[in-house]
Design a protein around this ligand. Structure first.
Ligand SMILES: [Zn+2]
Length: 233
């Protein structure tokens, strides 16, 4: 049973189409797995529809997320050049062979589509317990990635430079704050430290969406030379 859900504010922003697309990807994946949030989303959509009915008609542009999904759908249907989409090479395999990778066997549809567009996933070993692969999305504001922890694996304690959304897709893990199963949706804010540990019975696959640390060099530069701004004229 899913116990960890997106905050209501995030569902509202998702329903209003104002949530950045990478977070929308995680929310949509959660909605596919969570009947409770699906119901809430439908109610929010109903409220939005009523508000629109009672207001002056406005030209409606699709949300950034809708546009992204439309591009993915179009690229699936034809082979026209799509400069801003990753991996449009029609020769690339469309599948990551879920039959041989049980962790990828039952992904939410929205995640499955993105994986199919990526072609074969290249997993990078981060530590003995943890592997990760970045999913190409054609933008650099958010890093969208899979993390997989081996059975019983303990990841290193780490914190986050940007806000991170984690969604469990397969298996389960725990940290100091709780226990998380498929469909569970967590938000970790910058500065929060955690150390996920997978259960012993199977490996754990998570989707993670992180705000890209765009100002790393700036911050590092400032740390290296913190008095730069205070030098006497
Ligand atoms: Zn939910």
């Amino acid at each position: 049973m899913i116990r960890h859900h997106p905050e209501k504010e995030m569902l509202l922003e998702y329903a209003a189409g104002t949530l950045p697309w990478a977070q929308s990807l995680a929310v949509k994946a959660h909605l596919e797995m969570c009947p409770a949030c699906q119901q809430q989303h439908q109610q929010l959509n109903g409220i939005g529809g009523t508000l629109l009915d009672n207001s002056d008609p406005q030209p409606v542009a699709g949300t950034a997320f809708d546009q992204l999904m439309q591009r993915i759908d179009r690229a699936d249907q034809d082979s026209s050049p799509e400069q801003d989409l990753p991996n449009n090479d029609a020769r690339q395999p469309r599948s990551n062979n879920p039959s041989t990778d049980p962790a990828l066997a039952s992904l939410p549809r929205v995640v499955g589509k993105l994986v199919a567009k990526n072609g074969p996933l290249k997993w990078r070993r981060v530590s003995p317990a943890l592997k990760m692969t970045r999913l190409k999305t054609g933008q650099d504001k958010y890093e969208v990635a899979f993390h997989r922890i081996c059975r019983g694996g303990r990841t290193a304690e780490h914190d986050h430079r940007g806000q991170e959304i984690i969604m469990v897709l397969h298996g389960a893990f725990s940290d100091a704050d709780g226990f998380y199963r498929p469909g569970d949706f967590l938000v970790r804010n910058p500065g929060e430290v955690h150390r996920p540990i997978a259960t012993e019975d199977q490996e754990c696959l998570c989707l993670s969406v992180v705000e890209a640390p765009v100002s790393v060099t700036g911050v590092l530069g400032w740390l290296v030379n913190p008095f730069l701004g205070f030098r006497p004229g």
